[in-house]
Every structure is written in C-alpha cells, then in structure tokens.
Design a protein around this ligand. Sequence first.
Ligand SMILES: C[S@@+](CC[C@H](N)C(=O)[O-])C[C@H]1O[C@@H](n2cnc3c(N)ncnc32)[C@H](O)[C@@H]1O
Length: 221
Amino acid sequence: MAKEFPNATVYGIDINPELFPGPHQPVPSNCLFTQSNLLTRLSFPNQYFDFVYQRFLYLGLTVDDWPVALKELKRVMKPGGWIELFEPCMRVHRAGARTREVMRWCSRLLQEERGLDFDFAGERMKRLCESEEIGFQNVKLERLSIPVGPWGGRVGEAMAENMVLIFQNLQSALMPDDTVTPNSPTQKAFELMVQSWIRECEEHKSYIDYYILTAQRPSEN
Ligand SMILES: C[S@@+](CC[C@H](N)C(=O)[O-])C[C@H]1O[C@@H](n2cnc3c(N)ncnc32)[C@H](O)[C@@H]1O
C-alpha cells in the first residue's frame, strides 16, 4: 500500500512488535510501524487517518472486544474517512463428520471458554458497524468463498496449509503444556485429527467464507 500510494504515510500497528519487519527487510520510507493495543488506546490523535485497514483479528477479539476496537478505530478516522475490515467466518462449509468434530472442539475452546464468536464476520459485523453505538455509514459487505484443499487449485492448497498452521499454533496456545483435559485431545490425536480433517475437506469440497466490509465515518461526527 505504501508503494502504491507514495504520497501517503502508512502506519502498521500490532500489539506484538516481533511481527514488524526487521533491519534486513527494507520497507518504503513512507511506511512506519508502531506497537499499539487496539483495546486500550492507539497512539494516534483523534481524526487522524483518511483510511483504516484491519485484517485477521478474528482470533484476537472477543464478542465484547469488537465494539471497543471499532470505537477506537473510528476515533482515529477523519470524518468522511473510510475503514476496511477483512475477516473470515470461522466455520467450514460443506463440512464432513471429521470437520464437524474439529469445529466442535475449537468451538468449546474458543467460543465457550474464550468468548470469541465464530459467526461474527459477516452480518453480525455489518450490524455492529451500522449500530447506533458504532455509527458508521455506507456499510457494504462482500463475501469471498475460499476453497480448502487442492480441489480449489493453488488457492485451495494454500488455504489448507494455512488451516493446518493455524490449528497447530492454536493447539500450543490453547494447550500450553500439552495439558490433557477431559475434553481436549492429546498431541498425537490432535495431529491425526487435523490431517484427516484436511483430507475430508478435499473429499467434500469444503470452503470458508471471508468477508470484506467497507464503511465510512459520517462527516458530522
Ligand atoms: C492473525 S494476525 C494478523 C496480522 C496482520 N494484521 C495480517 O493481516 O497479516 C493477528 C494479529 O493481531 C494482533 N493483535 C491481537 N490483539 C491485538 C490488539 N488488542 N491490539 C493490536 N494488535 C493485536 C496479534 O499480535 C497478531 O499479530
């Protein structure tokens, strides 16, 4: 984005600065990175940005966090400025039995214990953006269905690899010491489950819906 719009200044933010490019990864001079927590206060003044882009916070924000995050993003947007959100619905469509089992396991951990909402991206995200509490206007939602597995060509293969990585990472985050609780599989069972799940996605031609939401901060508030 910084390359495409050389007259703009682009700020990348994350709570974890380890994700920022290192000294050997050159970035355009109009691209800056700053560590900031979206849920406390971003280090930018009110009404600062013409455009705000947020992607893949679906595992980082609970149902209760989303309004807090959107209000903070709105605070730093100029009146009349635009926001774009890109988030997946965390459900696999055309799911087989194994996939549904994995989803149930994830749902217990992420929805019931961690307060995430698998179905937030999509209509719920749109309704929140349009609500009086957030107050965006010209809210538009687009759906992008992404195949899981080689049936979807290179994109499907990449998506399947991505899913495996996400679930491997999730496992270490959710079972830090390989703790086995009554409802959680062991390390080995987890790996086997993920592998057979990916094979099943291929058989069922499963897919995941991603949502792109665009909205505008009204010029009068
Ligand atoms: C899946 S990664 C996406 C990274 C990047 N946005 C992208 O699209 O490539 C989610 C990121 O959200 C960051 N994150 C989670 N909670 C946050 C918060 N409260 N404030 C800022 N960043 C946060 C995490 O550190 C993590 O890097």
